[in-house]
Design a protein around this ligand. Sequence first.
Ligand SMILES: *Cc1c(COP(=O)(O)O)cnc(C)c1O
Length: 396
Amino acid sequence: MAYQSFHPPVRTLMGPGPSDVNPRILEAMSRPTIGHLDPAFVGMMEEMKDLLRYAFQTDNALTMPVSAPGSAGMETCFVNLVEPGDKVVVCQNGVFGGRMKENVERCGGTAVMVEDAWGAAVDADKVDDVLKANPDARLLAFVHAETSTGAISDAKALAALAHRHDCLVIADTVTSLGGSPLKVSEWGLDAVYSGTQKCLSCTPGLSPVTFSDRAVEAVKKRKSKVQSWFMDLNLVLGYWGGEGKRAYHHTAPINALYGLHEALVILHEEGIEHAWQRHQDNHLALRAGLEAMGLSFVVKAASRLPQLNAVSIPAGVDDAAVRARLLQEYNLEIGAGLGPMAGKIWRIGLMGFASNRTNVLLCLGALDAVLGDMGASIERGVAVGAAMQAYTQASA
Ligand SMILES: *Cc1c(COP(=O)(O)O)cnc(C)c1O
């Protein structure tokens, strides 16, 4: 067998992540690997922490990327803050809240669940009732942007409630970072994790996290050791902390970090408010096209994520066949439904670099052609025009 180099096809990624990677990031990642204690690398790390503070809109000293995907950022927050016997109020309105429950229980804690329908935002009134009924709870955990359903929750209001009840806040911002307004310090989010492959449009595999001083204090005051050696922040900070000499903890993923640095430079150049606005503008154009075609959104307008558009699959349409044709004929990837929504919805991502006019028009044109060809009951030939009209109105 003569094995050959792998050359992936060039796709347009409009699913729930990874999103299209900006070529500038791929180019940055191909630069020479240097040592992870090299002074030049250490200088880049310090800059990266500042850029992450900008992206998270925080001045938290402990702000850094965990060397593993978003799920590891999630685990970092839970293993450091949850001790055996702790009670944690966990909000679930999709897949990722369920993983938070799993994390709490594996840390020896008790999860008190606040459940909302898939596709709905977290209901702050219900959270308030549960916090009142559980005065011994130490933490409130919720997902800001539920990628499984396309719903955004009011992180600011939830954090305010938590603090009123003396709880620290763990927030999943994997899909919101860089795509939707997120103000970590102003809103008082204490332990926050994200990912690189959604609205930062970097390659997958790193998880930016940020911890408030209150959260760091709680980690330092733990009665028991953090059960994960790799994620124990007390140890990781010996490398990322920047106070005094850097100690070897694990070999940092050097080139992946070049990529994240470049992604953050790009975000800084654009300006974060502009990035939020761009996501919103492209969402409105996509929405105009999808609705003109006759497709309907799963989430009601007030809690819709601009970067993740969940639409119901029209009756009688074969979900997998449509996605396969989009991939084969248009090199276009859109996302399938997860869990109870599998086979019922599509998740169309407009994340980061992929949130642009070309992608909106490609996706609408391709869906129009494929659904029309398969005999679905849609309005044909109007989607692209409706989107173009939305852009004209937005710039008028
Ligand atoms: C993608 C995602 C994760 C998990 O990130 P991975 O990088 O796949 O581990 C967690 N939470 C949310 C809301 C996500 O969208």
